[in-house]
Design a protein around this ligand. Structure first.
Ligand SMILES: Cc1cc2nc3c(=O)[nH]c(=O)nc-3n(C[C@H](O)[C@H](O)[C@H](O)COP(=O)(O)O)c2cc1C
Length: 221
């Protein structure tokens, strides 16, 4: 598989097969991703891989916190407080397409809630990854984190694995950091589910679109 194929075939998968991914395989992917570039070659990423009991513990702790209404704040604001267009509209359309692929009616708030909770079950994936970076480094290094995460996602595609990058998994930093013993001088940036795609699942049968070049590229010569 070449780079273009990996980029074009990567997609967010939201239902995985009940099939383990050997630790050696995940290690191999992280061994590729560590070659991602970073400002000053600082390599700010810390990765915590959760499988088996550790992953289950995180799921249970988050779902239980949600049941008790014990909301937490992420350690950095990913989404804006108020949305502007065209981003509001794109996000809205993405949600519509996703729920329609799952055959969830627009007005069915409970079904949407249940679907959202799958984030915290890692969509049935055998592996959950958590990415954090030193708090002292500041937000510029979030760029490096993103580059690292996409590099990992592409390496996974080539290995026949699927991923879903999840900001939602950074929504409960206190719980995750406690379960995985992540020190508090790190901020939890993002999570990722990883495993083998369940190709029969309806939710995996939709592809998002992209705006054409003319909408975001300007040439100056
Ligand atoms: C930083 C980031 C955070 C995301 N968080 C979530 C999430 O919490 N839950 C989810 O289901 N998808 C999440 N996604 C997936 C996006 O919805 C998805 O990448 C986007 O709709 C484009 O679709 P594609 O990945 O299939 O190309 C996230 C993606 C990124 C890059």
């Amino acid at each position: 598989m070449n780079t273009e194929e990996a980029i074009r075939t990567r997609k967010s998968v939201r239902r995985f097969q009940d099939r383990p991914v050997p630790r050696k395989v995940v290690e191999g992917l992280l061994d590729i991703a560590r070659w991602a570039p970073s400002g000053g070659n600082c390599q700010p990423w810390r990765v915590d891989v959760a499988a088996g009991r550790a992953k289950k513990e995180i799921t249970e702790a988050i779902l239980s916190a949600r049941r008790q209404g014990a909301e937490e704040c992420p350690e950095f604001e990913y989404y804006p407080e108020s949305w502007i267009n065209p981003y509001r509209e794109r996000r809205f359309q993405c949600g519509i397409a996703l729920y329609s692929a799952m055959e969830i009616e627009r007005g069915d708030a409970e079904a949407r809630r249940q679907a959202w909770l799958e984030n915290y079950r890692f969509f049935g994936a055998p592996v959950g990854l958590f990415f954090s970076m030193p708090r002292a480094l500041g937000k510029g290094f979030l760029m490096d984190m993103g580059i690292f995460i996409q590099t990992l996602a592409l390496a996974a595609v080539e290995a026949g694995l699927a991923t879903c990058i999840q900001a939602s998994l950074a929504g409960y930093p206190r719980i995750v950091k406690k379960c995985l013993e992540i020190p508090d001088d790190f901020i939890l940036v993002c999570g990722m589910s990883m495993g083998y795609e369940d190709r029969d699942a309806r939710v995996n049968n939709f592809r998002t679109t992209r705006v054409p070049l003319e909408e975001f590229v300007s040439w100056h010569q």
